[in-house]
Design a protein around this ligand. Sequence first.
Ligand code: SF4
Length: 239
Amino acid sequence: MNYSHRAYLNTLEILAWQQRNPRAADSTPACPRLPDWASLQSRVAACTACGLHSSRTQTVFGTGSRTASLMVIGEAPGFHEDQQGEPFVGRAGQLLTAMLKSIGFERSQVYIANILKCRPPNNRDPQPEEVAQCTPFLDQQIILIQPDVILAVGRIASHYLLKTRSSLESLRGKVHSYSDRQIPLIVTYHPAYLLRNPIDKKKAYVDLRFARTLLQPSGASTNGTIPLSAQQTLSRTQT
Ligand code: SF4
């Protein structure tokens, strides 16, 4: 294990596997101990690493299947999420649920999390120091889930996950790669944006279909064709 790898594990508070008796060495490579859900969840619940802890009602850890093939990552809890302790509830959450259903996923089949675990006051953008303090938790969630595809919703999540400042529009329609784990990552609009700009729902649906093709062994392309039933599902969601 090189220094940078060990430093990364230390940052995440992951204990590196250490050999008890070097003289008993064999050729088996060292394995880091994986974080576990219970300790991760309790560390998030007790976290006071940035100023957002003082104004939160509760932390918003994440929800869904811990063996999900698809992981959805958004920005930060809003008012309803802060109240209920679950990401993507309220109208934006209903729309996300409809979007997932339109590509064949129940909400419970994916894992949904945010960059930040506490609500920024008045839903302002996360500050760089808040992102720096909080994202090791998200990184550990990704390590535990090992999703096949990540769907980044919105500008803030996309910028953090891809380490870029490019416009969201320019990031759409491509298969990106998340970190050195090289997890395929697709960018789309945040549901809250879509509530304000319903005309872009069709573009979001194309993005989701694109992500869906990456999860299908056939890799079948949708060519951007939107079935009428799915369009109706999305347009029925209140805007
Ligand atoms: Fe801790 Fe993240 Fe909440 Fe800040 S936003 S207090 S780093 S859990």
